[in-house]
Ligand binder design. Sequence first.
Ligand SMILES: [Zn+2]
Length: 84
Amino acid sequence: MKRELYVLEDSKLVRKRRFCPRCGPGVFLAEHADRFTCGRCGYTEIKKEPKAQEQKPKETKPKAKKEKAPAKKEAEKKEEQKKE
Ligand SMILES: [Zn+2]
């Protein structure tokens, strides 16, 4: 038994490394900075970043409502002026 592959945690034997899902128990995956790889079959598993959910949806402030220019009223006024 290779002791360096295991770590004792809370009086429990915790597996330090993962087994290759292709080769099965007994073949450990080599741990890299961002992935696990199997030196036997070439299996690669990318480590998942838990930071993916940090992106917060931007709060969209409601645009200040511009007072509608009284374009219609002006047109109406012109027509009124014509009438007069
Ligand atoms: Zn493998």
